[in-house]
Write a protein that binds this ligand. Structure first.
Ligand SMILES: Cc1cc2nc3c(=O)[nH]c(=O)nc-3n(C[C@H](O)[C@H](O)[C@H](O)COP(=O)(O)OP(=O)(O)OC[C@H]3O[C@@H](n4cnc5c(N)ncnc54)[C@H](O)[C@@H]3O)c2cc1C
Length: 315
């Protein structure tokens, strides 16, 4: 479920075989947590002469003669490009292409599917509640079907990482797979039941976590629940859709090339979600673009473009 985004009855066998190897590879912790990956990538881009623009949300991909020639941000900046690599779900990309939506994106269903959202509980916890030798990752499987609080993942920040929590405290994230539609329906039409459902889910998650940390509730100094609405707000991913497409069929996987000069990377393409998988997918796309030979051509002239192009990545 966590690697393939589907259970063994539906996962394609080849993918399932690779996923079964993951626990043997072990779990890696980075000082500072997942943000350290973003920082490492940003540093590498800059070291190689690229530029990283923060707080610049791309609002439009501009086309001329059937291919992208620039991207425009909400702040009205324009950056010329002969190749646009969108690190986004297909629904987000379709919105950016306007009247030029490539054929591959024209038949998307209205709502993202198949796939999942995540319900999260972020907890700040007094470390005295955590036994010293306790492993940092746990899966609590209460019952089937998995997801919706029946299966819960716990990750504790390592005691040695002072960047994740104040001294004497630890960060705990608890997550479960959840369907998107009910959260959005309640968010839009029934705020009272939305709040109630959020608190029921948080309660269910904390109860599951107590199987690992029996004193959790007394030790929790901060408890912040998050729904797919939260994910959408902070990541801009359509409806808070996470994890990409469930890996059920190799032949249904999305290809990265969406049209002339437009590529998709990230968890929507093979081999799907996880830091390792999106990195693999990105390597494959980088090779394909370099083989295409246009990467070193002069940029198209766009008089309105900002002068500090090329844009490498916006976040
Ligand atoms: C609860 C949870 C736990 C997870 N745990 C793990 C784990 O332990 N290990 C692991 O390997 N993987 C884990 N994953 C999976 C991992 O987080 C994803 O596979 C990975 O983040 C996907 O990377 P991505 O680049 O495809 O998308 P994202 O990480 O979503 O990156 C897309 C970026 O684009 C930005 N963006 C969106 N719209 C625009 C726009 N218009 N203009 C500019 N920028 C934009 C977003 O802000 C975001 O920074 C977890 C996922 C979830 C939901």
């Amino acid at each position: 479920m966590i690697a393939a985004q589907t259970t063994s009855a539906h996962a394609n066998a080849l993918y399932g075989a690779a996923a079964l190897d993951l626990p043997r590879r072990g779990v890696v912790h980075l000082t500072g947590g997942i943000g350290a990956i973003a920082q490492t990538l940003a540093d590498a881009v800059q070291r190689h002469g690229g530029k990283v623009r923060y707080r610049q949300e791309v609002s439009r991909i501009i086309y001329a003669e059937g291919r992208p020639v620039a991207v425009e941000t909400k702040r009205g900046q324009r950056y010329p490009a002969h190749t646009v690599i969108a690190n986004l779900p297909p629904w987000n990309i379709a919105k950016l292409t306007g009247d030029h939506t490539p054929a591959a994106l024209q038949k998307l269903p209205d709502a993202p599917q198949p796939g999942w959202g995540a319900f999260m509980v972020y907890v700040g916890v007094d470390e005295r509640a955590i036994p010293p030798e306790l492993p940092l990752h746990h899966q609590v499987l209460a019952r089937e079907p998995l997801g919706e609080g029946n299966s819960v993942f716990l990750s504790l920040s390592p005691a040695w990482d002072s960047g994740r929590a104040p001294a004497g405290r630890r960060a705990l994230t608890i997550s479960t797979h959840t369907a998107l539609a009910p959260w959005w329906r309640l968010f839009h039409y029934d705020p009272h039941h939305d709040a109630q459902r959020k608190s029921n889910y948080a309660e269910r998650m904390l109860r599951a976590a107590e199987r690992v940390l029996p004193d959790l509730r007394a030790a929790a100094e901060l408890t912040l629940p998050g729904t797919p609405v939260t994910f959408q707000r902070f990541t801009r991913r359509v409806q808070g859709w996470v994890g990409g497409f469930p890996q059920t069929d190799l032949f249904q996987a999305w290809g990265p090339r969406l049209g002339a000069g437009l590529w998709m990377v990230g968890d929507s393409i093979f081999p799907g979600q996880s830091t390792a998988a999106v990195a693999l997918g990105g390597l494959r796309v980088a090779r394909a673009i370099l083989a295409d030979g246009r990467a070193n051509e002069a940029l198209p002239v766009d008089r309105r473009a900002s002068t500090d192009a090329p844009l490498v990545k916006t976040t």
